[in-house]
Design a binder for this molecule. Sequence first.
Ligand SMILES: Nc1ncnc2c1ncn2[C@@H]1O[C@H](COP(=O)(O)OP(=O)(O)OP(=O)(O)O)[C@@H](O)[C@H]1O
Ligand SMILES: [Mg+2]
Length: 270
Amino acid sequence: MKKAIIQERSSCAGTARPPVGVEVSGLSKNFGTQRVLKDISLTVKPGEIFTIMGPSGSGKSVLLRQIAGLDQPTKGTARINGLDPADPDTRDRFAIALVFQAGALFNSISVYDNLALYLLEHRLCPKKEMRDRVMRALKILSLENAVKKFPSELSGGMKKRVAIARALVMEPQLLLYDEPTSELDPVMSATITEIIATLKTEFNVTSIVVSHDRDLALTISDRVALLMKGELRALCSPAELRKVEDPAVKDFLNPTIDLKKPRYQQLESS
Ligand SMILES: Nc1ncnc2c1ncn2[C@@H]1O[C@H](COP(=O)(O)OP(=O)(O)OP(=O)(O)O)[C@@H](O)[C@H]1O
Ligand SMILES: [Mg+2]
């Protein structure tokens, strides 16, 4: 996989564009009376792999949507190189790609068309170049043989890789991943983790990864933010995170199963 990416590097126009930085400042998000994100501030440096971890329902995907400009904060701001991500001018200026939690592929069109759609819609390049860009992204993700397939004909791991390939076609400066390794076997999870790390180094892209995956977070991240109940509980390097003494953080990273005090009896209704 790595070899294929390196071989493609020289022909990828995306390498010329500098990665972007992200700044989240005093950001809160409410849905009705539910306070989902509470006063989050963090900075993601250009070229960094920044992982947002946290229990299910802690607000990770909601935070990613604010950073992507798909939703507006109730209070505070998210900025990409100082600009509002919800502003169409910002989207024109920077290539921002989001790999959605469920892949979000269009089921009625082929893998090729799923990848080509963005380029077609934005009339970004002539047909020949479009084909080259699509095939290059498929090759990087070892998906050349799936080009004519439909999403319903793909395994879960292939769908995740197609979703990443579709993001790559945009030649992004900022790649946002929502749970890229969920529902995958350990080997495929490791493969996707390696792909994320390799895309960072080969294409110099800034990556924000939302994930429960402890292995991914602790191996490839430059820094990790841990969200709990909408609050930032830790923000540090993976090595520092392993040493955090906060019991809630330790329990999240190394949960124990205690049948005498089962967790399901302690769940709060959301
Ligand atoms: N559009 C919405 N309208 C109302 N509530 C929402 C909306 N989106 C998310 N929520 C609520 O916000 C909370 C956090 O959701 P979010 O999807 O960010 O969780 P998460 O940390 O990504 O969880 P998971 O790991 O299970 O994906 C949940 O209680 C959810 O019900
Ligand atoms: Mg989520």
